[in-house]
Design a protein around this ligand. Structure first.
Ligand SMILES: Cc1ncc(COP(=O)(O)O)c(C=O)c1O
Length: 431
């Protein structure tokens, strides 16, 4: 490294440890190249929802609103706390996804959303900074998005305590998390937990009774426990028995030791990935006064201010205009429902075809939500070898391997395969 003599310890650590492809981008690039060479190639590496013709699924009402913005609305600085009208509109937009009986209570027990910079990743990084020191123990599922490692373990240098989220039969299980939470009380003064539902890469979300199991463990916690909820894919759910919204309202008000942080944003909720708008909400174990809530919001803003200063303005303006206008809001919700229905059809088909197959190598997890299906490798083979072969044979997938915690599986992004090609994708996968 030519800058060696100038680098800080952190700079050196980043250079040596951070994986810019976060495990997925390199596979995506390979698949893209293949797609150019072979028109029959199926690229199931892309983690954004796409139309059948391969173009990004965008919400026309939002796109139109962005095009109408004035120079000021688009290019002026944004309020470092988030534009006032935007955070109010986002709050209403979030609360309405919860069961009606949980809305008031959730509002009472939490701060309003505060804007983060740089999408959800900005929110995760800011919250990591606020709550954890280098070396602090952080529970993270074995099935997780690669940038979680970059943010928490490689940049912030927290100490990983992995928990198994998916068991050998491919079911979601919170038993290991519950046990590790219980054990942490004997050795730690504070513990952090990363939770992500619908999960990337496994496509799994919990049922209400599974959330209740977690609630019971949390109610008994005797040490400060900070839960970071990465709600990137909230509401993309396809089965009646799963909790089809963030589990945030179930985790507030449990116990004074439990702090829940909800990190969400426009990236997936409004198909605005590159708009880089995320928001953060802190939920408490006990009710707090308005002054205390303001203090917490101001602290979060301090983390934003000292990092990227503020979030982009234009997307906040455009989203506010859409969300506060009944007609436009109605329209955009219809557009979202249309996209969800396309993803739901792809989900149902890939699930059904997978269930019809029998294999001594692949075990599909019981995915029920999100953008991905995921297949555990039952044999001794490495998912990397299998994904490499699949790439040669016409299907781009992403292997998720973590030797330290026994993860060895393949992710298929059904969010970006058109329905009529899913049968061929499943055939290739099981071949
Ligand atoms: C689980 C999860 N969280 C967060 C993100 C990133 O969100 P953003 O692009 O808003 O930083 C992703 C992106 O793929 C993701 O899969």
């Amino acid at each position: 490294m030519i800058l060696e003599k100038y680098l800080s310890q952190k700079g050196k650590f980043l250079e040596d440890n951070v994986d810019l492809s976060a495990g997925t981008i390199a596979w995506g690039l390979r698949a893209k190249k293949r797609t150019k060479e072979n028109k029959d190639f199926i690229n199931a590496t892309i983690g954004t929802a796409t139309e059948d013709d391969g173009k990004l699924m965008v919400l026309p009402t939002l796109y139109e609103e962005l095009r109408q913005l004035s120079g000021d609305q688009l290019l002026a600085y944004a309020n470092m706390r988030g534009q006032f009208d935007f955070v109010q509109a986002w709050k209403r937009d979030t609360l309405k996804t919860y069961p009606a009986e949980l809305r008031n209570r959730t509002e009472e027990l939490s701060t309003l959303p505060v804007t983060a910079c740089g999408g959800l990743t900005g929110g995760l990084a800011a919250m990591g900074q606020i709550f954890f020191n280098q070396g602090d123990k952080f529970l993270a599922p074995n099935s997780r998005w690669g940038n979680v490692d970059n943010v928490f373990f490689k940049n912030q240098q927290l100490t990983e305590v992995p928990y198994k989220l998916v068991d050998h039969e491919g079911n979601l299980s919170l038993a290991d998390l519950n046990e590790k939470l219980n054990n942490s009380q004997k050795t730690e003064k504070k513990i952090g937990v990363y939770l992500n539902f619908p999960n990337n890469p496994s496509g799994i979300s919990p049922t209400l009774s599974q959330v209740k199991e977690l609630q019971e463990t949390l109610e008994e916690m005797t040490i400060p426990t900070v839960l970071l909820l990465d709600d990137a894919y909230e509401n993309y759910c396809y089965e009646d028995n799963v909790v089809d919204h963030s589990i945030f309202p179930y985790l507030v008000g449990l116990n004074e030791n439990i702090l829940v942080v909800k990190i969400d944003g426009a990236s997936k909720r409004y198909c605005a990935y590159g708009a880089r708008l995320g928001t953060m909400t802190v939920g408490f174990g006990l009710e707090k006064g308005e002054e205390e809530k303001t203090q917490v919001r101001e602290l979060i803003t301090k983390a934003v201010r000292t990092n990227t200063s503020s979030a982009p303005r234009g997307i906040q303006e455009a989203l506010t205009n859409v969300l506060v206008d009944d007609k436009k809001n109605d329209q955009i919700q219809k557009e979202k429902a249309r996209n969800l229905s396309i993803l739901s059809k792809r989900y149902k088909l890939i699930k059904k075809l997978g269930e019809e197959q029998s294999s001594s190598i692949l075990e599909p997890v019981k995915f029920n939500s999100g953008f991905f299906s995921y297949y555990i490798i039952k044999s001794q083979q490495s998912a990397i070898d299998i994904s490499t072969k699949l790439m040669e044979n016409g299907l781009g997938t992403v292997p998720f391997v973590n030797t330290s915690n026994g993860l060895n599986g393949i992710r298929v992004a059904f969010c970006s395969i058109k329905e009529e090609r899913i049968e061929r994708a499943v055939d290739l996968l099981y071949s």
